[in-house]
Write a protein that binds this ligand. Structure first.
Ligand code: ATP
Length: 353
């Protein structure tokens, strides 16, 4: 959205409605907004999700019902009339498509300019590596596979369709040649998904060139079937039975990291934000670095998610880290606080796009 259009729209936004699609981390987003005294609006397909009745503190005040998510593009007037601020999450971007999110003429929390850098694996690597982040080595020529690798298809979702290859034969057997792929080294280590929040408007705390950075929580994803398949035998043995490793996320487990690694965690978040300011005007709100820590205690980042991730859901009541910032602080509450603070100080233009 053009800066002038955004400024004109939010000029009337004395009373904001936190709006999102009912999926992914929306219970947490609504819960946080309600705790901060903001109005909430859920967008659902066909009917309000019944399971929301089981969690009244996470249920939005109102629902808008659609026949399909594609209709979201037609909701502009209705959403603007309610002073909606859309809080995007992974399912929101997936259901609507990154291109459409960019076109949606309703204020979005966060910088939609990040989508172009995040959704293209090459640009994402350019951003992160130029920020000094180490990423898994890419292997350009499959005949040169000399170690375990992960073959990733462009736009794969939730690890679906990835496969592990240990040599060229594995690669040839597993490949779907109709899809665009990249081959990267399979990094051995422990997976940590680091949940940050960057505010360009809050001044107290861990300071960046502008604003402050918080480390709110960490999780590890439970991925089926790879996380449990060792119980059945080796992967080679299982392949002979037609059972292949998959990486479909089914849940999230809370993590705390050894304390001596915390300075590195914060520095990585800092470098990624500073580089985003330089490249495309900034990455504000929640974001997640998906990392593997090697036995040399080195972080290798295989992906960034530039919005709230479902891995923050174990911390709706706060985490070991957010507890040292403010009791019971979840990412959802922090989003609500940021919107409220910006609204009350006339700075909504600094956190919406
Ligand atoms: P999402 O968009 O849901 O995050 P995705 O389809 O983009 O998922 P990734 O997050 O890149 O997929 O990876 C899925 C899983 O594959 C990771 O959670 C991790 O377990 C594993 N993985 C990814 N890259 C590597 C790597 N280089 N080395 C080892 N494991 C990896």
């Amino acid at each position: 959205m053009e800066t002038d259009d955004l400024a004109r729209i939010i000029d009337d936004y004395s009373d904001v409605t936190v709006t999102t699609v009912c999926s992914h981390s929306s219970l947490q987003i609504f819960h946080g907004a309600k705790k901060e005294g903001l109005k909430t609006l859920g967008i659902a397909v066909n009917r309000p999700p019944k399971f929301y009745d089981a969690f009244p503190l996470g249920k939005p005040d109102e629902f808008i019902l659609l026949d399909s998510y594609a209709e979201l593009m037609g909701l502009k007037d209705e959403l603007l009339a309610r002073n909606s601020v859309i809080v995007p999450h992974g399912s929101f971007v997936e259901y609507l498509g990154a291109d459409k999110v960019v076109e949606l003429d309703v204020p979005i929390f966060g910088n939609r300019g990040v989508l172009a850098w995040e959704s293209d694996r090459k640009k994402q690597r350019e951003w992160l590596e130029s920020a000094g982040i180490k990423m898994p080595t890419l292997i350009e020529d499959p005949t040169k596979i000399d170690r375990p690798v992960l073959v990733k298809y462009q736009g794969a979702k939730g690890g679906r369709g990835f496969f592990i290859a240990k040599n060229y034969d594995d690669f040839e057997q597993g490949l779907d040649p109709t899809q665009e792929y990249n081959i990267q080294e399979y990094v051995t280590g422990t997976r940590y998904y680091l949940h940050y929040f960057y505010s360009p408007i809050q001044e107290e705390g861990y300071q960046l060139s502008k604003g402050t950075l918080q480390m709110l929580s960490m999780d590890r994803r439970d991925e089926t079937n790879i996380d449990e398949m060792y119980k059945l035998g080796s992967q080679e043995e299982l392949k002979r039975l037609g059972i292949y490793a998959s990486f479909v996320v089914t849940g999230n487990v809370p993590i705390v990291i050894r304390e001596s690694l915390l300075p590195k965690v914060l520095k990585m978040g800092e470098d990624v934000v500073e580089k985003s300011i330089e490249l495309f005007g900034g990455l504000w709100g929640p974001f997640c670095l998906e990392t593997i820590v090697t036995d040399q205690l080195e972080f290798v980042v295989f992906e960034i998610s530039a919005r709230i991730v479902a891995g923050t859901n174990p911390f709706i009541g706060g985490s070991a880290y957010s507890e040292m910032i403010e009791p019971n602080l979840s990412t959802g509450v922090r989003i609500g606080q940021e919107i409220k603070m910006a609204r009350d100080t006339g700075r909504l233009g600094d956190i919406l796009s």
